[in-house]
Design a protein around this ligand. Sequence first.
Ligand SMILES: [Zn+2]
Length: 273
Amino acid sequence: MDRTEFDAIQEELLANIKTAQVVLIGIGEEFNESFQEIEQFPQLTSALEAVDMNPTLEWTVPFLERLYLEQTKDGNQIEAYRKLYELVKDKDYFIITTCIDEHIKKTGFDLERIVEPCGTYKMLQCRAGCSEKLYPAEDITQLVRQAMIDGVGLDSLTQITCPECGASLVFNNITSEGKYVEEGYRAQWEKYTKWLQLTLNKKLCIIELGVGMSLPDIIRWPFEKVAFYNRKSSFFRINGSVWHMTEELKNKGISIEMNAVDFLRNCDLSHAN
Ligand SMILES: [Zn+2]
């Protein structure tokens, strides 16, 4: 895509956001944290090396990931989120994301308007899923951090277990082994579905960002349905690999063949608002 083409699409997107009463945003795989930059932090790198040499420490890896996420203050995704925030900050918006890294919360978004159905690194759950109970991850994360800082080694720690059944506790997100407990996002999900129901007769701008085919029933397919039924909606699908529009939406939706993180980072917001 050359700059003229890009500018035209950007202008169309901005115009649609501007006139929309409500903006629905979906964020998918292209925004996932890859943890490739983890080696920028020497303590985390040596901790991961220790895990490599001692497989019984494998359980600490998600905690090291969480520590990395806590320390990361910039990067392409966060830069893209900042642009997105500038685009929609004054609108009635709702965001559904399959990301579990919470980078989006490092920008100005209203946390009441975000739902994360795939979980995060905030709470722990029973790996066996024996109950719906969630447990704060803060204390054990601090112990992992302290073990790294003091150099006492991760093998001085013991993995915490479920008080109900004795199975290990893992992070309440879809990448953890075991049965995912859905309780963590239920309250926000209810808010989201109520908000969505009220958009039916409103002028709605739908922005689907980097949503691939790994979990299509969370964002991709429902968004297509919303775009189809809301006659006053506009639908932007931005994706570097699966940008195609369905037959039903061919005349309505706008497909943009570009990685969504790059698209937002390239947006020139001097004309926005
Ligand atoms: Zn249990």
